[in-house]
Ligand binder design. Structure first.
Ligand SMILES: C[S@@+](CC[C@H](N)C(=O)[O-])C[C@H]1O[C@@H](n2cnc3c(N)ncnc32)[C@H](O)[C@@H]1O
Length: 322
């Protein structure tokens, strides 16, 4: 691994070529399951400790995919009285500038999209500890489902799956283990049985920002190429900070620095909001919806919180092949 600096931080500054060189050298840490996949899973597990009416999302299986440290923390939280649990989650969200709320609302919005969209195939790209196979079993049974992930994360998930799901009903799934930055996704998906003419729902959640721009472009082009009519692709995009100025700039870097230093999974790609539609267009996709944190939180959580103002601009983009 090379020196880690965040392109999103530096892209408006001198040294952009250096960033590209760095991106070219990027790779996931060999032999290590994704730490960020476990991180977002732990937020879903924490959310599951709240009373049902207060949840954006209910994922009763998330806790089972946590390692011992995060599991102890979640269990510790679960043992607190309900108001203290909620306060804890809010403090965490505040410290991470709304990232927890965005991630939960994004997951819920994608659940709703899957439930509302008929498809022959559903492809979870970078599935992590997604538990929709169980949570949305009835709906996913109506499609051929592919869970695509890095071999190290996929292996850990497979090792834990029997214990986590126990007697839960599961939609049948084809597991595809692949490194997006190195392997031919197209060849591997077609070998695994993907029908390039099928009506496909591509779910690419929480992954694009960890990839070099070229890998993002190639993957979006692949969605456009391997899709029959009425297919959709949903993907989140790290965009501009929502406010300008020194304080806002510093705040918006916080999450990126945390990703680099704590998780060794730096953000590598971001796209200014006014360029999202054109970026997708060059990949053969038409943007249908571009949803910000306010749009998503407004759907599921009526109490908008002050600290979301400082949140980095994470967007959920729904597109269709041209
Ligand atoms: C932040 S996690 C998101 C997981 C899941 N989609 C979710 O939202 O809970 C990022 C996922 O992308 C996968 N990933 C990151 N880089 C990858 C690569 N080069 N090849 C394949 N998968 C990759 C990780 O294994 C991980 O599962």
């Amino acid at each position: 691994m090379g020196v880690k600096l965040s392109p999103a931080f530096l892209c408006t500054r001198p040294g952009a070529e250096f960033i590209q060189e760095y991106c070219d050298n990027w790779e996931m840490q060999e032999g290590t399951p994704s730490a960020t996949a476990e991180m977002v899973c732990s937020w879903r597990a924490l959310e599951a400790t709240l009373p049902p009416r207060q949840r954006i999302l209910s994922d009763p299986f998330a806790r089972g995919f946590l390692g011992p440290v995060r599991r102890r923390l979640v269990d510790g939280a679960a043992s607190l009285p309900a108001p203290a649990r909620r306060a804890l989650l809010r403090r965490l969200d505040q410290a991470l500038q709304g990232a927890v709320t965005f991630v939960l609302a994004r997951h819920r919005a994608i659940d709703d999209l899957i439930l509302a969209t008929p498809s022959d195939q559903v492809v979870f790209m970078g599935a992590g500890y997604d538990t929709r196979l169980a949570r949305l079993c009835e709906r996913l049974r109506q499609s051929v489902v592919f869970e695509v992930d890095h071999p190290d994360t996929a292996r850990r998930k497979a090792e834990l799956a029997d214990t986590v799901y126990v007697d839960a009903e599961l939609a049948p799934t084809v597991a595809v283990k692949i490194d997006f930055a190195r392997d031919s996704i197209e060849r591997r998906l077609c070998e695994a049985g993907l029908n390039p003419d099928g009506r496909t729902l591509w779910i690419w959640e929480g992954v694009s920002m960890y990839l070099p721009a070229q890998a993002v472009r190639d993957t979006l082009k692949l969605f456009a190429r391997l899709s029959g009519s009425n297919s959709l692709a949903v993907c989140d995009v790290l965009s501009d900070p929502r406010r300008t100025g020194l304080l806002a700039n510093t705040q918006s870097q916080f999450l990126e620095v945390a990703m680099e230093w704590i998780y060794s999974e730096p953000f590598l790609w971001h796209c200014p909001q006014d360029q999202i539609a054109s970026f997708f267009a060059t990949c053969g996709l038409t943007v249908l919806e571009d949803l910000g944190i306010d749009d998503l939180v407004g759907r599921y959580e009526k109490r908008l919180r002050g600290w979301l103002e400082a949140a980095p601009s994470l967007r959920l983009v729904i597109s269709e092949p041209k």
